[in-house]
Design a binder for this molecule. Structure first.
Ligand code: DP6
Length: 345
């Protein structure tokens, strides 16, 4: 096998281990085509505290014995995740031919509670793919990002520090194949907080695959693609000069657009809860009263992410404790920040 490294040929099992974080989209990826290509460009902020820890022990075996030998999640064998990963690995053999002769024992765990209502596919898949890229001795982030994209679209953005852009766009030199880092931002965007307010920790009502499919014959698809391109251009301009007000208005517009698209698709979904709306109202009221730069975004669920710069941390934390915490399930808020991406262990 000419693609195998000497390390693998010794037949002694080796282990690679990475942590990789989740990310929060600022301009949302919603709708896909072909082999996991996005219908519109997106940009996300890489998180710090919400990450997956993945270790893969691998050894060379005959083709008949290749595949996932075991998959452990949070210390327990998990057949459901094992089947999902096996399917994914079979689908990327053209990108990583050595998978035809490797046996893998995979152990993963999350830094955040499983039922916290946080999308874990971005961290889980990017951590797995960072390990795979290391096994393939292809340490360029481009390859890890491409593998991650094939596992879960949003995961391709998690392999970079700070911010990452994925998907062809009219104004930025990005591609559908992998994400690219975005570093041309003002100092005030280098230490951003994300308070993840848990409205419900229940399983997602709509899988993201079902959600993306709804865009295939959505009546607003053309307008959405134009809007996402426009929002990306505007948000980058705002981040470059430290214009938090323009940034925040686009952030909220993207979150509400995502939910509006779900509400107006066929079938339609309403994922926001009463408490989600109460939190949104409280943020807007606080902003009006204080003129402080504090804004929300939302993924495909009821939980609200509240973003603010480090310069207003004191006021923001007081507001969160007083006004937002009582609106959250069991008072749960996960305090996260912008992060630096995967770490080799
Ligand atoms: C609303 O990346 O979870 O979070 O590619 O099917 O795995 P798949 O979807 P996924 O979709 C994420 C959608 C989103 C917006 C975003 O992260 O950009």
């Amino acid at each position: 096998m000419k693609t195998l490294s000497l390390k693998v040929l010794t037949a002694m099992p080796s282990t690679v281990r990475f942590t990789s974080p989740s990310n929060i989209a600022l301009v949302k990826y919603w709708g896909k085509f072909g082999r996991q290509f996005p219908m519109n460009p997106s940009i996300s902020m890489t998180l710090n505290n919400c990450y997956t820890d993945c270790a893969i022990t691998y050894s060379e075996v005959s083709e008949n014995n290749a595949g996932v030998n075991s998959f452990e999640f949070e210390g327990e064998q998990n057949e459901k995740f094992k089947a999902r990963i096996e399917k994914f690995l079979s689908s990327i053999k053209d990108k990583m031919p050595m998978l035809n002769s490797l046996s893998l024992d995979i152990k993963t765990s999350n830094s955040f509670p499983h039922s916290a209502g946080i999308a874990s596919s971005a961290s889980a898949m990017s951590a797995l793919c960072m390990c795979l890229a290391a096994i393939a001795e292809n340490t360029g982030t481009k390859y890890a990002s491409e593998l991650s994209r094939l596992a879960s679209g949003s995961a391709c953005r998690s392999v970079f520090p700070h911010y990452a852009i994925w998907g062809e766009s009219k104004d930025f030199d990005s591609t559908n194949y992998f994400a690219v880092p975005y570093a041309d931002f003002n100092e005030s965007f280098s230490s951003v907080h994300d308070a993840i307010c848990i409205v419900s920790s229940a399983e997602k009502e709509v899988s993201s695959s079902v959600g993306h499919d709804l865009m295939n014959d959505h009546p607003f698809i053309e307008a959405r693609i134009d809007q996402a391109n426009d929002n990306l251009k505007k948000i980058l301009a705002a981040m470059k000069i430290g214009d938090w007000k323009s940034f925040g208005l686009i952030l909220e517009n993207e979150a509400l657009t995502l939910h509006a698209l779900m509400m107006t698709s066929n079938p339609s979904f309403i994922l926001l809860k009463g408490r989600s709306l109460e939190i949104i109202e409280a943020i807007r009221k606080f902003r009006n009263d204080t003129d402080l730069p504090i804004y929300f975004t939302i993924d495909a669920g009821p939980n609200i992410h509240i973003l603010y710069p480090d310069s207003i941390k004191l006021e923001a934390v007081m507001f969160l404790e007083e006004k937002i915490k009582p609106l959250c399930e069991n008072g749960k808020i996960i305090h996260d920040t912008i992060g630096l991406g995967p770490v080799k262990k």
